[in-house]
Design a protein around this ligand. Structure first.
Ligand code: PRT
Ligand code: MG
Length: 214
C-alpha cells in the first residue's frame, strides 16, 4: 500500500491533476466526506487527509509514504527524515512582512527599534530578521495574523500573501518580500528505498506533469 498525505482545500484541489497523471483518482471528495482515509481507483494507493502543518510529520514517521506540503510548512518543520525531490509549482504565494497602513516600517528599522512581530512562521521570520540585523520579539500565532497589528498585539506580521485581498481588507500593506512559496512533494526516505518500484513511477508522472505545465 502507498499512503499519500494531503491537506484539504487548495492543496487537495491543485493536486488532483497531478494524481490523475499518475493514474490515481480519489473515490471520495474530502470536502464533503468526513472520512480521513480516502480510497482511490487503485487498490494499492490511499490518501490520508491531515492538517497542512501535519503533512511533514506523517511522512517523517512513515505513517505516509508521500505527502504534499507548502515550502512555508517545510521550513518550519525543518525537513528531518524527508526527501524533497520535486517542486510541484502549486499553491503559490509569497511570504511577506506586512504592517498597518501608515506605519513607518523603514523608519522603525532605521532607528533600530525593537519590533513586535506576530506570525505562525517563527522559524522563517527569525531567520529573515536575523539576516537583516533587525531586533524582533516574535509572537507565535496559529491563524488570523492580519488582526494582530490592528489591535496592538504587534507592529508587523509575517504571513503568506497570494492575491493581497486579505491585507487590503484589513488596511495592511506588504513592506518586505521574504521568499516565494510553492508546494513540494515530500517522500519518506525509507519508503523510497523499500517501495521504490511503486513510488518512482509516481514521482516520474508528477515530474512530467509539472514540466508540461511550466
Ligand atoms: O487553514 P488551516 O489552518 O487548516 O491550515 P493552513 O492555512 O496551513 O492550510 P491551507 O490549506 O489554507 O494552506 C495550505 C498551503 O497553501 C500553505 O501552507 C501555503 O503553502 C499555500 N498557500 C498558498 C496559502 C496561500 N496561498 C494563502 N493565501 N496558504 C494560506 N494563505 C492565506 C494567508 O495565510 C492569508 O491569511 O490566505 C490569506 C491571504 O490570501 P490573499 O489571497 O488574500 O492574499
Ligand atoms: Mg488556511
Amino acid at each position: 500500500m502507498i499512503t499519500i498525505a494531503l491537506s484539504k482545500g487548495r492543496i487537495f484541489e491543485e493536486t488532483l491533476p497531478l494524481l490523475a497523471a499518475a493514474g490515481v483518482v480519489p473515490s471520495e471528495d474530502p470536502e464533503s466526506s468526513r472520512k480521513l482515509i480516502i480510497g482511490t481507483n487503485r487498490d494499492d494507493v490511499r490518501l490520508i487527509i491531515v492538517r497542512a502543518t501535519d503533512v511533514p510529520t506523517y511522512v517523517q514517521y512513515g505513517a505516509a509514504d508521500l505527502g504534499i506540503a507548502g515550502k512555508d510548512v517545510l521550513l518550519e518543520h525543518g525537513g528531518a527524515g524527508l526527501y524533497q525531490p520535486l517542486d510541484l509549482e502549486i499553491a503559490k504565494c509569497k511570504l511577506m512582512v506586512a504592517v498597518r497602513e501608515g506605519y513607518d516600517y523603514e523608519g522603525a528599522v532605521k532607528q533600530g527599534a525593537r519590533l513586535r512581530v506576530a506570525t505562525k512562521y517563527t522559524h522563517s521570520a527569525q531567520e529573515h530578521f536575523a539576516a537583516k540585523g533587525v531586533h524582533v520579539d516574535l509572537i507565535k500565532l496559529y491563524g488570523s495574523m492580519e488582526l494582530a497589528p490592528l489591535v496592538g498585539l504587534a507592529d508587523a506580521i509575517v504571513d503568506l500573501v497570494s492575491t493581497g485581498g486579505t491585507l487590503k481588507a484589513n488596511k495592511l500593506v506588504a513592506v518586505e518580500h521574504i521568499r516565494d512559496i510553492s508546494s513540494r512533494l515530500v517522500v519518506n526516505q525509507a519508503a523510497l528505498k523499500l517501495k521504490h518500484d511503486r513510488i518512482q513511477p509516481m514521482l516520474d508522472a508528477f515530474a512530467a506533469t509539472v514540466a508540461a505545465n511550466a
